[in-house]
Write a protein that binds this ligand. Structure first.
Ligand code: PGA
Length: 249
């Protein structure tokens, strides 16, 4: 049985003091032993959030990292900077990183490999645009993104990975994919992992849905056979996140 994983993606929101206040508010609301709860926060919030989350079930993730160890990469965060302070997860290849910061499937692959090298669990994002969905190439596109993201990743590593399927047209728009659409793509991703590796790896990997997840849409989405939780943007900054994490109560 795969344990559900529900992650908040704070994006570029919350100064350190606001971050601490939010964690203190959410801490009692996000307790749920059935779920791995992760807060992916801006780099400058990581240390205060880890401090504030002590004694709770909240694990802390980063929203990005670079694929080199160290050096002349102004503005970037190295993997061991994250692990040294207790970060466990890192979002890789969010569609906003791809759109505004020129990330590609190739840089995503490099980051995924580097994350595993450092014992970080990558939350690997994929997703189609509205045009791609309308053209009927969603599954081809997603399969390509997955195949490149997992190049040279071992089966043992892949089994530990998290994939977030986030249709770009559903992000921050209030337009959630239907449960059928979300399940179809998440099922296709699992089949793609089985094709690259084997059935056991496909059965172990966790696949999230992301894109306007709310307290009302979460229960049905997370009940789908291939949806193992969610990556939540807007609603992770509100008390609603507690309801999303407790979707099964
Ligand atoms: P949203 O963002 O929940 O605000 O749509 C999801 C995401 O981008 O991870």
């Amino acid at each position: 049985m795969r344990k559900k994983i529900i992650a908040g993606n704070w994006k570029m929101n919350m100064t350190p003091s606001k971050a601490v206040a939010l964690v203190n508010e959410l801490k009692p609301l996000v307790a749920n032993d059935d779920v791995d709860v992760v807060f992916c926060v801006p780099a400058i919030d990581i240390i205060p959030v880890i401090e504030a989350a002590k004694g709770s079930n909240i694990q802390v993730g980063a929203e990005n990292m670079y694929f080199e160890e160290k050096g002349a990469y102004t503005g970037e965060i190295a993997p061991d900077m994250l692990t040294e302070v207790g970060v466990k997860y890192v979002i890789i290849g969010h569609s906003e990183r791809r759109e505004y910061f020129a990330e590609t499937d190739e840089t995503v692959n490099k980051k995924v490999l580097k994350a595993f090298e450092h014992g970080l669990t990558p939350i690997i994002c994929c997703g189609e645009s509205l045009t791609q969905r309308e053209q009927g190439i969603t599954l081809d596109w997603i399969r390509m993104q997955i195949k490149i993201a997992f190049l040279n990743v071992t089966a043992e590593q892949a089994a530990q990975a998290v994939i977030a399927y986030e249709p770009i047209w559903a992000i921050g728009t209030g337009k959630v994919a239907t449960t059928e659409q979300a399940q179809e793509v998440c099922g296709a991703i699992r089949a793609c992992i089985a094709e690259i590796y084997d059935e056991a790896t496909a059965a172990a990997i966790r696949i999230q849905y992301g894109g306007s997840v709310s307290a009302s849409s979460a229960p049905e989405l997370f009940a789908q056979p291939d949806i193992d939780g969610g990556l939540v943007g807007g609603a992770s900054l509100k008390v609603d996140f507690g309801k999303i994490v407790n979707y099964n109560k």
